[in-house]
Design a protein around this ligand. Structure first.
Ligand SMILES: Nc1nc2c(c(=O)[nH]1)N[C@H]1C(S)=C(S)[C@@H](COP(=O)(O)OP(=O)(O)OC[C@H]3O[C@@H](n4cnc5c(N)ncnc54)[C@H](O)[C@@H]3O)O[C@H]1N2
Ligand code: MOO
Ligand SMILES: [Mg+2]
Length: 603
């Protein structure tokens, strides 16, 4: 790269082929077509943006700036180029279409070499100019704006007014192949899938997919005022502040005697009264005096310390201290638990059992929480039967709705179970529309891979908004995220273990965020693995493991055995995921691994 370069990928056109679908977002080898263009261009330029006029959120979710045409009615690529030049933070702007994913690594360099001191360099494929594959100087913007204002729409006509150079790219024919028909899409899929990677074709790291999901989601804001008990597991809508100190008074931590300040150590102290919990002693302790006090009793004024009754010799009227306490010993100070005015619990906290107690300790009977998230879910597949029905040939029972039910229940959401929907686009779309009319989030399982009965992505693409990801995670590679009407959509892969893995790793943090929760990621620990683990480098794996405690009390982890993504029993037998990084190979006994335990013992 010589001079600073920016690029704009043109996705603003009105698609007239491929059923009018937004070309850049059509899935190609598991990812939106434009993602392939982005990957190829990004290393060649200093700044990169997308020109689009619809599906703006879907484009923005790719992590790039999205620029819309300034002119109405899709006047063609020139309007996108104008938007790009107006934004262009560099001397020159590379332009290229979103539906030509096979961008050579030297495209920018070749155009730059041809540009010299001209205004624009345009690619030539050996037969004709390819006008949207161009490198423009930023100084062309006024000329372009004037051309458009005069009603100019033809790109070649505008180029004719400039110092236009030609870049011979006839040896880079792949660049000019774009996708207009399903057949071309199939051919392109083969072309962009490197044969040596096969099944593990270009994929997105899980962390990246999660970051994209989180960036897209807007937490709900509806509130409810609830009685304290009903607020368990709900998300606080506002911070809780202590109006009074807790405890309100200095009080005894032991059953024994409050002994007065300045009493000589050998003295016999006269017992002048009692301070039981709820029954304070109201007088002042003078030197040589003590008060019988019970745990929780208010410490009288003039007290130096509380001595536990095991450390005195007592008669009915006086005591002799055998182990003199340090000043302040066994006194719990006012405000040591909660200081007056302090924020005790932050907004966004999901209330635990301990939190209910803390709030109760301040005397509050009600709290403001966010409304529960409404999550609709259904299973997809012609082979699925409900429980209790007889199975026909090739049929299986639907288990995903039961694991989803369990995991959603633990997240405290309101659930709408949509049952099983067959692999039929009309029925699936109707189910999505129904779910979207009632829920904030729709979860489905199955039908998101590349099979001929995998319709979910296509339906979302036509009627909603979809991002298809091939995530470098095992199990759980295919995942669709998007929107249907106003509802967020997660299409989980059908394999039962994949459902649970993608749910814990993507859906759980997403639902927590949508619920307004300020959630911490699930904790992971390093542990020695005592069984061998088979692992091919390529995808981050979530193998099912069991944490076991040794005779000496130290924790180790072992595999639960076979790890197929259809073997749900492996999840049942496990109490943790063994999380193996993408580049990791086999694990030998004694190697350290990262472990993510399931569940939380207290919450
Ligand atoms: N040619 C390729 N095939 C597959 C790929 C691939 O990359 N290329 N990916 C595989 C991976 S990895 C997964 S995961 C699955 C995901 O498949 P789908 O999301 O399309 O799900 P289905 O095809 O509908 O079903 C897959 C599997 O799961 C069973 N299933 C589905 N729903 C349920 C349910 N509710 N309860 C129990 N079992 C269910 C279904 O019967 C299938 O056996 O794609 C691979 N293929
Ligand atoms: O990702 Mo799939 O879940 O390997 O079976
Ligand atoms: Mg499938």
């Amino acid at each position: 790269m010589t001079d600073a370069l920016a690029a704009i990928i043109l996705a603003g056109g009105r698609a007239t082929r491929m059923d009018g679908r937004d070309k850049g977002l059509i899935p190609l080898a598991g990812r939106p077509m434009i993602a392939h263009v982005i990957d190829a261009v990004r290393p060649q330029v200093d700044a990169l943006a997308i020109n689009a006029n619809r599906s703006l959120d879907a484009y923005a979710a790719l992590g790039l700036r999205v620029l819309q045409d300034q002119l109405a009615d899709y006047p063609g690529p020139l309007a996108g180029m104008a938007a790009g030049l107006a934004w262009c933070p560099a001397e020159c702007l590379l332009t290229l279409p979103c539906d030509g994913p096979r961008v050579p690594a030297d495209l920018a360099e070749r155009l730059q070499a041809a540009l010299g001191d001209g205004d624009v360099a345009v690619a030539h494929d050996g037969e004709r100019l390819q006008p949207v594959h161009a490198l423009l100087r930023r100084r062309c913007l006024p000329s372009l704006e004037a051309f458009l204002a005069d009603g100019g729409r033809k790109i070649d006509q505008w180029y004719a007014t400039l110092d236009t150079r030609t870049a011979d790219l006839s040896d880079r024919q792949d660049l000019f192949v774009n996708v207009n028909t399903p057949e071309q899409l199939a051919a392109m899929t083969d072309a962009v899938t490197p044969p040596e990677c096969g099944h593990d074709s270009p994929s997105l790291p899980l962390a990246e997919a999660l970051a994209r999901v989180m960036a897209a989601l807007e937490p709900i804001t509806g509130r409810q005022q609830l009685a304290l008990r009903s607020a368990l597991d709900r998300v606080l809508a506002e911070p809780i502040t202590a109006s009074e100190p807790v405890p309100a008074h200095d009080n005894a931590a032991m059953d024994g005697y409050a002994i007065s300040n300045g009493s000589p150590r050998e003295a016999t102290l006269v017992c002048v009264g009692s301070a039981f919990a709820g029954h304070p002693y109201t007088g002042y302790l003078a030197p040589g005096e003590c008060v019988r006090i019970m745990t929780g009793g208010v410490v009288p004024a003039g007290t130096e310390a509380v001595v536990m009754q095991e450390h005195v010799e007592a008669t009915d009227t006086d005591i002799q201290v055998t182990h003199w306490p340090a000043p302040g010993e066994n006194i719990r100070r006012a405000g040591e638990d909660l200081e007056a005015g302090a924020v005790v619990l932050e907004a966004g906290r999901r209330l635990t059992a301990a939190d209910l107690g803390v709030i109760a300790s301040m005397g509050r009977a009600e709290v403001a929480v966010l409304r529960p998230l409404r999550v609709a879910f259904f299973s997809t597949g012609d082979e699925l039967r409900g429980l209790g029905q007889p199975l026909g040939p090739g049929e299986i029972y639907d288990s995903n709705r039961y694991t989803l039910y369990g995991m959603l229940q633990h997240l405290g959401v309101d659930m709408l179970d949509g049952g099983v929907v067959p692999d039929d686009p009309t029925a699936l779309q109707a189910a999505l529309a129904e779910a979207a009319s009632q829920a904030d989030v729709i979860l489905t399982s199955g039908g998101v891979s590349v099979g001929e009965a995998d319709y979910m992505g296509e339906i979302l693409q036509r009627h909603g908004e979809a991002h298809f990801w091939s995530i470098a995670m095992k199990p759980g590679r295919p995942l669709t995220f998007g929107r249907y009407d106003q509802a967020w959509y997660f299409g989980l892969p059908g394999n039962p273990v994949s459902v649970m893995a993608t749910f814990t790793q993507v859906v759980t943090p997403a639902l927590r965020h949508l619920s307004g929760e300020q959630a911490e990621p699930a904790p992971r620990f390093q542990m020695v693995c005592r069984t061998p683990l088979r692992k091919k480098p390529g995808r981050q794996e979530f193998q099912r493991g069991r944490i076991v405690t040794d005779a000496d009390g130290s924790m180790q982890v072992e595999s639960v055995g076979r790890q197929g993504s259809g073997m749900l029993r492996s999840m049942s037998a496990a109490n943790c995921f063994i999380v193996l990084p993408a580049d990791q190979g086999d694990v030998e006994p004694g190697d350290w691994v990262s472990v993510e335990p399931f569940g939380r013992p207290i919450r």
